[in-house]
Design a protein around this ligand. Sequence first.
Ligand code: ADP
Length: 268
Amino acid sequence: DASIYLSVRVARLGTRYVLLLAEDRTESFRLETVRRDFVANISHELKTPIGAVGLLAEALDDASDDPDQVRRFAHRLTEESHRLARITQDIIELSRLQAADAFTNAERVSANKVVSAALDQNRVAAEARGIELAVKGDKSAQVIGEEALLVTAVHNLVSNAIQYSPDDSRVGIGVRTIDGVVEIAVTDQGEGIPEDDLDRVFERFFRVDQARSRHTGGTGLGLAIVKHAVQNHGGEVRVWSQPGRGSTFTIRLPEASSVARPPIGEPT
Ligand code: ADP
């Protein structure tokens, strides 16, 4: 909204004048609201799995005479604890990215290495669903950044592409360099995203379909992590989508040779 938050102080100058000091506090109000929402969201997201762990532990205790039930509850307990671990890990990653000093290990990174590592991490999931992972383009490009973080960003996009696609479809990963910009595009033939939600998918904990994302084990933080990781590298991420036909997420990063500042540790 267009409100401005001001903090105002009044000082009397002699008997005739009054000094008004107004400070624009809009930005700090905004940041405080974002922080408060994040904490509220986290509490909400953690409540369900923590509650489930408690109930399952009790059920396990009661079921100790029935080996089948014990196995079933133990399995669900393991699933819920994995879910808690995933959410916690993503929250830590996102908080780290939002901190000013998130990005300390800058080095020259090849796009090829980033894409290959991200694909390796997703191969088993793709094979299990009969989804083909097809890479094309010039992968010789280099960017400056933290390799692990860039791999995480591309991994999240590929993992979503698989997650939200039908069995036996195709996920394409294209790499190209245009005018000093390295572009990594991940295209799927999945369900797509409704136009009204396109702007919101990068928000923390936003899901087009809450129930489905939770059911498939999504934390709702994957794309927020992508956005912050890419922005920390001086880049941007965009999405195009046609409901029912598929989506393309594109990461754009400055090419290494076009970055003025040399990587840390390299002679100037
Ligand atoms: P999640 O853990 O729910 O996948 P993300 O932040 O990765 O969280 O994505 C947010 C939401 O954006 C998802 O819940 C899903 O609704 C939508 N989404 C992300 N990627 C895709 C995709 N490739 N195709 C369709 N919808 C997607």
